[in-house]
Design a protein. Structure first.
Length: 236
């Protein structure tokens, strides 16, 4: 397939931008920030490290496996976004189960002898247990996190669970990380075309490593090309 003119032009800057996108052992000397988040009952763990206020390392583990990747702070958007989602389906199941148990308890109390006491007890225990299971499933499928995006591609790169492992630790890490992203962007000596090239390379690498889906990669690529064609396009 023929390479687009936008991609050909951006690719010209790729070699110069490798220092932005590909950390080597020589680049990684000191861990300047670190945050470990985990959920035992979800079987999830996330370790985020910043090396020399330049490169960000993300290691995520869950019951499906583990994934790790790097990105230069210069390529991130400091304007992180909080995302909160609730799995309403399981919440509804939980409320219905508990409501049914409460309704049956009221009926049984007002109609003695309607059913055997043992049967009534077993029914209520099962319904309340089912409600608790649905509620835990709702929590497991819901999300409350701070999401960081790529600067020009504007797609989510990584996220931090809100107020984990504690509210003070989360706030301190998030505030300092945002400050370091801004500092890295303001102190870079790379030109905008070089940064565009580096970000395109990073999105492609993350796609190849399975961090990004093909659909997300295409969206990021479209945004990068749009900005390359029209540098006046707003970005963060």
């Amino acid at each position: 397939m023929r390479t687009s003119s936008n991609e050909e032009q951006i690719t010209l800057y790729s070699a110069d931008a490798n220092a932005l996108a590909q950390p080597s052992a020589a680049n990684l000397k000191n861990i300047t920030m670190e945050l470990l988040q985990y959920s035992k009952w979800k079987g999830e763990q996330r370790l985020i490290r910043v090396y020399d206020d330049k490169f960000l390392s993300i290691i995520e583990k869950n019951m499906k496996g583990a994934i790790s990747y790097w990105i230069n702070l210069t390529l991130l958007d400091a304007a992180a976004s909080r995302q909160r989602t609730i799995n309403w389906k399981f919440l509804l199941y939980s409320v219905c189960s508990v409501s049914l148990a409460a309704t049956l308890s009221l009926i049984y109390s007002r109609t003695p002898g309607l059913v055997a006491p043992t049967y009534a007890l077993i029914t209520n225990v099962l319904l309340y247990t089912l409600g608790a299971i649905f509620f835990l499933s709702m929590l497991n499928r819901s999300k409350n996190s701070l999401v960081f995006y790529s600067s020009y591609g504007q797609i989510p790169i990584f996220e931090i669970a809100f107020n984990k492992p504690s509210k003070p630790q989360f706030r301190k890490f998030a505030t300092e990380l945002i400050a370091r992203i801004n500092n890295a962007k303001s102190n870079t000596y790379f030109s905008e075309p070089q940064i565009l090239a580096a970000e395109l390379n990073e999105h492609r690498r993350l796609r190849d490593e399975g961090v990004l889906s093909d659909e997300i990669y295409r969206y990021a690529k479209m945004n990068i090309f749009r900005h390359h064609k029209n540098p006046a396009t707003p970005h963060h």
